[in-house]
Design a protein around this ligand. Structure first.
Ligand code: ADP
Ligand code: MG
Length: 625
């Protein structure tokens, strides 16, 4: 007989109160919100039936417009209408200016955190993003007629600490509880249910997520391991997307219609819009033929799919090259990829699908709308995180895009966590003091692949103080790096004998462009040999300095007592030589001089040892031993 469920007094008779978790794809161009209802994740439409909310915010003196209303004003009121605010998150004005030619905005200052001057006063990127998030939250609350428990918000896999933190801050400001930040490619894989594919297939396949949007391209390699998603590698291009396809068509129009430079400049916007239409038309048709109206003239123009493919071939090839690099970073072969997920509007272009399929030797997954797939994955994840699917214990892991380390003597970087390590992660390494009686040390946290501090990116500096005075090399200082699931880094340094410790949370003020990450990686490869040589030289210089200081303090203590005049002179001479050589860049010469100093001072070291044993023993009888 089945049990009958009855309600306790004061409790609802409903079997359980459903909590609402929403998924948000906070995009550069468009944003979406989704929710799971009746077991299925769906994007939520606005009152006009639109799924996409253009990520555009316009500030009027007494109102804020978000979405298509704001988009419509972008041309006539550019200064108060902020587009692509995502590019500013966790970045400085200079960071963005350097990658964006003409910014129509006015900033409070030309350096540091971008503060936009608007009709509603100063607005920073966190506030502007929060207005977008708020619009999505309002949309969801209206549609569901309920409060939102929390949200999963997606971010690019390469977003750094500052960019992730800014995204969280924006959500908080919008009154949203962030259940977690989720990498966009991981969300797309979840949307296709690839997280539950594992059991049915004992040969574990990896997943490539190919995301080609309007202005950016990202490829990520994920793997599913015992129910856990890991991002093995990411690569991309922050300046490659559908806009470049449009531009290729515009160039073709200008060339074939022999438009003057003046005309093509004057009608650039109209040409770009026409090109976009032609491109999108060719995704479903074999040719395009139409009269183009430019100013007061019309021109006949036609383009076949074949011609279009030729125009964009080099651009698509570029994305394939990036896929190769991501695979290499992930240390995988093409056969290891069992699924390819397509994300972003530009993956509707047939040539893109063809080339991606041919490269990975697998039919890409395209059944879910490439505009919605990230939001849908976020919605599924949010539903799990609010506890609506208690049987699911899916955990999602991401990777660090660049190595993290600290500065050591000689301006060298010691890597603590190598790049592409999956997070969350904690790693510790021990360091020691360089000088006798040293009571403080600076911990300088760096990001990057190069060997020298000056070639890496400084994230933070802090001091560990009150180290008990000890001989050089005697202290044990444990430095722990911890990166949480959202990619935020905290560093702790602790002197082990005293337990003295210092700590910092690294939320660097500004992030890195992905292009910069790629730059840092390629320059580390290009300079690998030179860097290694510099590193060896610096290490020898540091060692020479250590030997010199150690010998000088030993000579000061016992030189007069334990050494003859000649012996003293010989040691002094070898030290002078070392001091001279130390400044040179002759690694080998420094090394052999250190060996000479060692050899020549061996007798002195032995006598010092004897002396200290004698001193230790004096006052003790042999029977004490
Ligand atoms: P983003 O990620 O940059 O916000 P989206 O993923 O929304 O961009 O993709 C926008 C791009 O997709 C635009 O360049 C648009 O022209 C292109 N696009 C949309 N639909 C199609 C289509 N049917 N065929 C080709 N390109 C398309
Ligand atoms: Mg996108």
């Amino acid at each position: 007989m089945a049990l009958l469920q009855i309600a306790e007094p004061g409790q609802s008779a409903a079997p359980h109160e459903r909590k609402i978790g929403i998924g948000i794809d906070l995009g550069t161009t468009n944003s979406l919100v989704s929710v799971v209802q009746s077991g299925e994740a769906k994007t939520i439409v606005d009152e006009n039936g639109q799924h996409l909310l253009p990520s555009v915010v316009r500030y009027l003196p007494d109102a804020v417009q978000v979405g298509s209303l704001a988009t419509a004003a972008a041309v006539k009121d550019p200064q108060n209408t902020i587009v692509s605010v995502k590019r500013f998150m966790g970045r400085s004005v200079q960071d963005v200016i350097s990658t964006w030619n003409e910014l129509p905005y006015e900033f409070e200052n030309q350096s540091g955190n971008p503060i936009f001057k608007t009709a509603q006063g100063a607005k920073n990127p966190v506030q502007i993003s929060s207005d977008i998030l708020k619009a999505l939250k309002d949309r969801a609350e209206a549609a569901l007629n309920d409060d939102i428990t929390g949200a999963v918000i997606t971010v690019p896999a390469y977003f750094d600490d500052a960019q992730r933190q800014s995204t969280k801050d924006a959500a908080q400001l919008a009154g949203l509880t962030v259940l977690r930040l989720l990498n966009e490619p991981t969300a797309a894989a979840i949307a296709y249910g690839l997280d539950s594919k594992e059991n049915t297939d004992d040969k574990q396949g990896s997943i490539a997520v190919f995301d080609l949007g309007g202005g950016t391209f990202d490829v990520s390699i994920l793997t599913l391991n015992k129910g856990v998603f890991e991002v093995l590698a990411t690569a991309g291009d922050t300046a490659l997307g559908g806009d470049d396809f449009d531009l290729a068509i515009v160039k073709d129009i200008v060339e074939r219609l022999s438009l003057s430079e003046k005309d093509s400049k004057a009608h650039h916007r109209a040409l770009m819009d026409a090109a976009k239409q032609i491109k999108e038309h060719l995704s479903d048709n074999d040719s395009f033929e139409k009269q183009l109206a430019l100013g007061d003239k019309t021109h006949a123009y036609s383009l076949t799919k074949k011609q279009f493919d030729a125009l964009i071939d080099a651009l698509v090839e570029k994305t394939i090259k990036t896929c190769k690099r991501a695979l290499k970073d992930a240390k995988l072969n093409i056969d290891d990829i069992s699924e390819v997920v397509m994300v972003g509007g530009s993956t509707r272009v047939p040539l893109v699908r063809q080339k991606v399929g041919a490269f990975f030797q697998s039919d890409p997954l395209t059944s879910i709308d490439p505009d919605k797939v990230v939001a849908i994955g976020a919605g599924i994840q949010a539903d799990i995180l609010v506890g609506n699917k208690p049987e699911s214990d899916m955990l999602l892991l991401d990777v660090l895009p660049l190595s993290l380390g600290i500065e050591t003597m000689g301006g060298l970087v010691e890597k603590i966590i190598p790049r592409n390590t999956t997070i969350p992660v904690a790693k510790a390494q021990e360091f020691t003091t360089f000088k006798d009686g040293q009571t403080a040390m600076m911990v300088h946290v760096l990001q990057g692949e190069r060997e020298l501090v000056e070639h890496c990116r400084s994230l933070a500096k802090f001091d560990l103080t009150d180290i008990p005075p000890m001989a050089a090399g005697a202290a044990h200082i444990r430095v722990t790096f911890q990166v949480d699931a959202d990619g935020l880094l905290s560093v702790t340094a602790m002197e082990k004998s005293s337990g003295q410790q210092a700590h910092i949370e690294v939320k660097p003020s500004y992030g890195l462009e992905e292009a910069e990450i790629l730059d840092m990686l390629s320059s580390s490869m290009a300079n690998a040999q030179e860097d290694m040589q510099t590193r060896m030289l610096k290490e020898q210089q540091v060692e020479a300095q250590r030997v010199l200081e150690g010998m000088q303090s030993a000579l000061k203590a016992d030189g007069d007592e334990l050494l003859s005049k000649d012996e003293r002179a010989a040691i002094d001479f070898s030290l002078q030589q070392l001091e001279k050589l130390m400044q040179s860049d002759d690694t080998q010469a420094i090394k052999s001089q250190i060996e000479k100093v060692d050899a020549i001072s061996q007798a002195f070291a032995a006598r010092r040892m004897d002396k200290s044993i004698r001193e230790a023993l004096s006052g003790q009888s042999v029977s004490d031993l």
